[in-house]
Write a protein that binds this ligand. Sequence first.
Ligand SMILES: NC(=O)c1ccc[n+]([C@@H]2O[C@H](COP(=O)([O-])OP(=O)(O)OC[C@H]3O[C@@H](n4cnc5c(N)ncnc54)[C@H](O)[C@@H]3O)[C@@H](O)[C@H]2O)c1
Length: 367
Amino acid sequence: MAPYRVGVIGCGRKGTGHARAYALYPDTEVVAAADSDPDNLALFCDRFNLEKGYGDYREMLEREDIDIAAPILPVVAHPEAVIACAEAGVRAIFCEKPMACSLEEADRMVEACRDIPFAAGDAYRSFPQLWDVKALIDAGEIGPVRTINLYQPTDEISGGGCQGLCVMNLFAGDGDIDWVSGWVRDDPATDADQGMGGCVRYNSGIEAFVHCQPSARNGIEVICASGVFFSDWYTFRLWRTADGNKPTRFDQLEEDVGRFPDSGIGDRSYDADGWRVPGFRNQSGVQSIVDALDNGTPPACPGSVMRDALEVAIAFRESHRREHTPVHLPLKDRSLRIVPKDARMYNKKEVQGAEWYADQIGGWTRS
Ligand SMILES: NC(=O)c1ccc[n+]([C@@H]2O[C@H](COP(=O)([O-])OP(=O)(O)OC[C@H]3O[C@@H](n4cnc5c(N)ncnc54)[C@H](O)[C@@H]3O)[C@@H](O)[C@H]2O)c1
């Protein structure tokens, strides 16, 4: 079978990483690229052996036969590009996160992609280790999930914290949320992204707590009736009772040592071809969008899940605005939004400066 034809829109730092993951994957091939920055586009075309790129992604969508569209853009450009790709008739879309500022934009993106696989974010949720744990929980090996603790001291709950929120929802079975109560770290009056914490009560009865204080613990803890799973996103650790009974003391739990490989996140080494070693997570995300096309399975981190993470974050802030009272989901006011930091919202070259940017984009390859 011919490989799926990938069109990358946004040939910046992250677009290059996604393209490398597609280039390495046997069933995908980067065939087209679009970027409004001619220098980024030229470098990308050179790196991925494309004869020509497009300054306007709409022209690329019109002229090229694309199976998987990869809009890896500043947030300000995401909604329009994702919707344009869906309307152009591509077969699948894998964009970046945060997917949008407002719930209304995120709703429109999800709706436009209702008939095709739509994934959002080189996401923690793509780690296969997490899916192995989920399968083990679903098989009843450590009893049902009771409580989830998410420790994320980020100052951007939408920009970076959406990663953990999507994993939290995974272990809560992506179930509907009854209510959310929360707080923000800085200013409840602003729509700007910031650190947030709170609690989430799912209709299933599962309770989740999002901790936003910087502390010695960072990651996710899933507490089941007879076992505990914890990941700091580098390692994946499981404790369970030997007999499957409910423990009354922590020392009745034994660690299942070495069951899950480490994630390798943050590896900055180079491979034999002179490319920075591509993230395990990004490669798993590519695998998941290919699986979605081949088998009809949902991608590991669908756009709808990323939209739901945005909704939880907005609900934390709305709760703070209402003196921390519980806020029921879904939120009725879909115009509510979180505005990401400038470096996510706009082109990084402009926000961070040309020198910083040259170093970043150059760092993908050793040359
Ligand atoms: N999942 C993660 O871990 C992760 C990590 C880094 C970045 N991101 C996300 O990836 C996205 C891109 O980040 P980046 O670091 O690559 O930024 P970047 O500034 O390096 O790249 C953005 C690229 O998009 C191009 N562009 C902007 N508007 C365009 C338009 N309308 N049409 C065509 N091209 C356009 C720019 O010229 C630039 O080349 C952001 O949404 C960011 O939040 C995610």
